[in-house]
Design a protein around this ligand. Structure first.
Ligand SMILES: [Zn+2]
Length: 536
């Protein structure tokens, strides 16, 4: 029987950090948003499903907020709606045309002011179009439940100060992959309002042959399944696991059917099983994805779902080749046959790519295939690509993924190329730290996609360098997604008091495996630090 409830609570501590801090730049991970590439998708095949439960939109959950601090609309005193770790930097944000001079932190137990501080003006922020200020209450280290009050502008939502604060959230994000599984039933016990019957089971017919494309994760709220998004989620999950194995081994409970395989790898395999189906075995290319459209039929009252298979393309095939090679390496200790099947699929995809003009996706694929096989052909290809592309080659995220795969290689590498890559990378991260220090909400960007793209570099650097400054920047980003943002909303439907509005639901982190995986990289770092601190 499958047991999928994440384990919460006791976490054992391992010193994996020491193992990971070897002197090479471990992986990078990047969110790639291939907006340009996804246009003009010709429909290869279309199928209509009759007996599919209609996609239900997640509704805003109602939370009981104590009367005293019930807020109408958006609060002006913005805090992380989960809270702050005991020894962390604690910052509250304020917004309003007129801001007061001081703020009070109030204990919810007895309504007593336990800390008073001064507002520090940021002034008017052009990016956010807001007048903001912030206050620091790092000195408050007493475990408890609090809220913050400031004259004129009001009160914050409640929050906690405690240790091991983010472990439940980590468990929820881990479970979101299971909740996003396509092609199987989602029970009410796990899915709640999103529970549904088995979905998207219809077969496609290509060249008069019926093919089964069931499975994988829904990669967006409309239940579409995109190969690149899925691959990126896989890549980030593999990296999150590599960086902080103890965190995921204790949080992501093992699948009881395959008890020797860590739960996180079993979940990834659910996606790779589908990815393998998305490859055209005639030439090795890979379909971009399956779009899902719901069409309401007034006559029958049913909402059949139409699925459109999108044509193969080079970028998708390149990202697939790289990620399947990466997974084959991580999985070979558990199931050699399956790992070989993944690698064979990756090499077949390479066969298709090799006949096409070189792209950055080729570079990424070559770097991963070199790691997995050690074959000189891949090494020569990637070195030649970098030599020809030079520094003028645009710094896209897929190229950076390739860089990281190479820097993290266990094979023999070209040290000159490694130094060049590392230099570029450090420059980028320094820039990002500066951007976030100048941003009113202490994040490196003003839209969610940018923030996610940038955040991932910082996670990586934080892990490699263990720099207090980067750790603080990472936490600032987590606080942002948990309510310390201009709208005072939590980007997680499972936590917080105010959630994304219906029209912004697509930004919810757990409806997108790609974002959820990136978030796990950050949470893995933070929870690992918490675990190590509590042991000391
Ligand atoms: Zn589905």
């Amino acid at each position: 029987m499958l047991t999928l409830q994440p384990v919460r609570g006791i976490i054992r501590v391992m010193k994996s950090r020491q193992i990971m801090h070897k002197c090479k730049f471990i992986n990078l991970f990047i969110i790639v948003f291939f907006s340009g590439i996804l246009t003009g998708c010709g429909s290869q095949a279309v199928v209509q499903e009759e007996n599919v439960a209609p996609q239900t939109l997640r509704e805003t959950e109602s939370y009981l907020i104590p009367d005293k601090i019930l807020l109408e609309g958006t609060p002006n005193v913005l805090v992380d709606q989960i809270g702050y770790e005991i020894n962390s930097t604690k910052i509250v944000m304020f917004k309003g045309e007129v801001l007061p001079l001081t703020f009070d932190v109030i204990d919810r137990e007895n309504d007593e002011v336990v800390y008073s501080g001064t507002l520090i003006e940021n002034g008017y922020d052009e990016d956010w179009k807001l007048n903001t200020a912030y206050g620091v209450f790092t000195q408050l280290e007493k475990e408890g439940n609090y809220y913050i009050r400031a004259d004129v502008i009001g009160e914050s939502y409640p929050f906690a100060i405690k240790s091991n604060l983010f472990q439940d959230l980590l468990g929820d994000v881990c479970l979101s992959f299971y909740r996003n599984r396509c092609g199987q039933e989602l029970s009410e016990a796990i899915g709640g309002k999103d529970a549904h019957a088995i979905c998207h089971t219809a077969k496609f017919v290509i060249d008069n042959t019926e093919i089964d494309l069931m499975g994988g994760w829904h990669t967006s709220q409309d239940s579409s399944r995109n190969v690149i998004d899925g691959c990126e989620a896989v890549a980030d999950l593999l990296l999150a696991y590599k960086l902080n194995p103890e965190v995921f081994e204790t949080t992501w409970q093992q699948d009881a059917l395959t008890s020797d395989v860590p739960g996180i790898l079993s979940e990834i395999k659910y996606e790779t099983d589908w990815l393998l189906k998305m490859q055209d075995h005639k030439n090795g290319s890979v379909y971009k994805g399956i779009l899902t459209k719901n069409i309401s039929d007034d006559k029958t009252g049913k909402s059949p779902s139409q699925m459109i298979l999108q044509n193969e393309d080079i970028e998708t095939t390149g990202v697939f080749a790289g990620v399947m090679a990466e997974f084959s390496e991580s999985f070979q200790g558990y199931d050699g046959d399956y790992a070989r099947e993944c690698l064979r699929a990756a090499e077949q995809a390479w066969g298709y790519l090799a006949s096409q003009k070189a792209t950055q996706a080729h570079y990424f694929a070559a770097a991963c295939l070199y790691n997995a096989t050690g074959k000189a052909v891949y090494h020569s290809y990637l070195k030649e690509y970098r030599a020809n592309a030079g520094r003028s080659d645009e710094n896209t995220l897929i190229k950076l993924r390739g860089d990281v795969a190479y820097l993290n290689s266990r094979r023999k590498v070209d040290t000159e190329l490694c130094s060049m890559i590392m230099k570029d990378w450090m420059e980028k991260v320094e820039q990002l730290a500066e951007i976030s220090s100048e941003n009113a909400f202490r994040v490196c960007g003003t839209n969610v996609d940018d923030i996610f793209n940038h955040l991932l570099y910082l996670t990586m650097i934080n892990h490699v360098i263990t720099n207090h400054e980067y750790g603080t920047v990472l936490r600032s980003h987590l606080h942002f997604f948990l309510g310390r943002n201009p709208e005072g909303v939590s980007y997680f439907s499972s936590v917080g008091y105010k959630h994304l509005s219906e029209e912004n639901k697509t930004e919810e982190i757990c409806t997108s495996p790609k974002r959820a995986a990136a978030m796990l990289l950050i949470l893995g770092e933070i929870v690992s630090e918490e675990m190590n601190t509590s042991e000391e």
